[in-house]
Design a protein around this ligand. Structure first.
Ligand code: SIN
Length: 477
């Protein structure tokens, strides 16, 4: 298990640092002590990325794609090891960790190919003896700051396109889950990336962040995390007029119309709400169900929620693992308490669960009936396994309720009516719409939000814009 930092192709330990202690959220066991980089190490990582950048940008797209394909192949080879490591440091069930590694690989595969299609333009000029050529060039050094809820996929979703476009990178993973990042770094070394192309620094976010945002050679920061931190980074980015991609919080509505196919809607609701124990930015956070189908939906949803097995993600058959830390459990508890005090009824679950030999960090998959707009859960991201449900009657009412949020990342709805499908999809103020679909995430689609969920798109051909500058040449013949 790698615990050092990757700087300029070497694995380095910060002298006299206070290491990051990585623990298993399921049982509090200490997994590793990881070196903690400070300002000098972060600067060294930027130096290395800057130096390596000239050669990397000058290579052909096919050459760069070859390295990405090798990294993807090595991750595929080591999928079981990577998944076990992820479950250990993050807590999600092993099957989900494997799914995440596969998802992570798909971003490398996609970017490797997309880098070959970074086409320019030739624009007809307004003078007969002129030509206007448009080029796309790498932005330069990119900083990649990633969260704990998807310790591998949020790295490769940024790393793949950055490298494919010709940027070099400094990765700063979450302090809670650095081991998956370092394991990817080891595989990048095995894949033969030249020294300095991929650098990884772990440690205190504000110390490392300050250096990344202060150094004018860093030209791009891509961040996935909370809206609160996103706001702070936007202020910091103003100094060097840094390009930013911000994938921030969400509060996804999930609408079920009377004509919905419950055979589609129920499994989608379970997957969208309870994957990763509800700790996903695009998790369904509030359920609005039309009056005619309300009782049937609740009955079937409750039945399926009761089947979910809570436990250590490393154990076979577990569907829902622990929450990441005690603060996360406290937040869920406070939201349920608040909802109850405003009249909500707990239909399933509703409390912490003590499991033999495990940490006190498990929360029962919960169904809450009677959500009203003044409840915290109706406006605050939950990041836990709680599904609050309420009833609506008219289509426009559902749209208004769905849009009554500062967030705009993902929204879901279920209907069999094709006209309504297009009408509602167009009216929802969200970057990602799951129309009869609870799992819209995929490498070829432009993942990202509007409003307080941030800006910038990851995935598909759109992500390449985030890592390239446009330059035009006006050519007098
Ligand atoms: C996220 O929580 O931001 C990532 C979810 C996904 O890619 O599906």
């Amino acid at each position: 298990m790698q615990t050092k930092n990757l700087i300029d192709g070497k694995w380095l330990e910060t002298p006299a640092n206070t290491p990051l202690v990585v623990t298993n959220p399921a049982n509090d066991e200490i997994i590793a002590q990881v070196t903690s980089s400070g300002a000098p190490e972060t600067k060294a990582a930027i130096d290395a990325a800057w130096q390596a950048g000239k050669d990397w940008a000058a290579r052909t797209a096919a050459d760069r794609a070859g390295f990405l394909a090798s990294l993807a192949r090595l991750m595929r080879r080591d999928i079981d090891r990577l998944a076990a490591l992820m479950t250990m440091e993050q807590g999600k069930p092993l099957a989900e960790s494997k799914g995440e590694i596969t998802y992570a690989i798909s971003f490398l595969d996609w970017a490797a190919e997309e880098g070959k299609r970074l086409y320019g333009d030739i624009i007809p000029a307004s003078a007969p003896d002129k030509r206007i050529l448009v080029l796309r060039q790498p932005v330069g050094v990119a900083a990649i700051i990633t969260p704990w809820n998807f310790p591998a996929a949020m790295i490769t979703r940024k790393l793949g396109p950055a490298l494919a476009a010709g940027c070099t990178v400094v990765i700063k993973p979450s302090e809670e889950t650095p081991l998956s990042a370092l394991a990817i770094g080891e595989l990048a070394c095995e894949a033969g990336f030249p020294a300095g192309v991929v650098n990884i620094v772990t440690g205190n976010s504000s110390v490392i962040g300050e250096v990344l945002f202060d150094d004018d050679r860093v030209r791009k920061v891509s961040f996935t995390g909370s809206t609160e931190v996103g706001r702070l980074l936007m202020t910091q980015a103003s100094k060097n007029l840094l390009r930013l991609s911000l994938e921030l919080g969400g509060h996804a509505p999930f609408l079920v119309f009377d004509d919905a196919d419950l055979d589609l809607a129920i499994p989608a609701a379970i997957a969208s709400k309870f994957r990763n124990a509800g700790q996903t930015c695009i998790c369904a956070n509030r359920f609005y169900v039309q009056a005619g189908i309300y009782d049937a939906f609740n009955a079937r949803f409750a039945e399926e929620i009761q089947k979910l097995k809570l436990g250590d993600g490393a154990q076979a058959g577990v569907d829902v693992g622990p929450l990441i830390n005690d603060a996360a459990v406290d937040k869920v508890e406070a939201q349920i308490e608040d909802a109850r005090s405003h009249g909500a009824k707990v239909l399933v679950g509703g409390k912490r669960k003590t499991l033999d030999g495990l940490a006190d960090r498990f929360f029962e998959p919960t169904l809450l009936e009677g959500m009203t707009p003044e409840m915290l859960i109706a406006t605050q991201e939950t990041f836990g396994p709680v599904a609050p449900v309420t009833k609506f009657t008219e289509e426009q009412e559902a749209i208004d309720l769905a849009n009554a949020s500062e967030f705009g990342l993902a929204a879901y709805f279920f209907t069999r009516d094709g006209s309504r499908l297009m009408r509602v999809a167009e009216a929802l103020e969200y970057g990602i719409i799951g129309a009869n679909d609870g799992g819209p995430s995929t490498a070829q689609a432009p993942f990202g939000g509007v409003k307080h969920s941030g800006f910038g798109r990851e995935g598909g051909r759109y992500v390449m814009d985030e890592y390239t500058e446009i330059k035009y040449i006006s050519w007098q013949l």
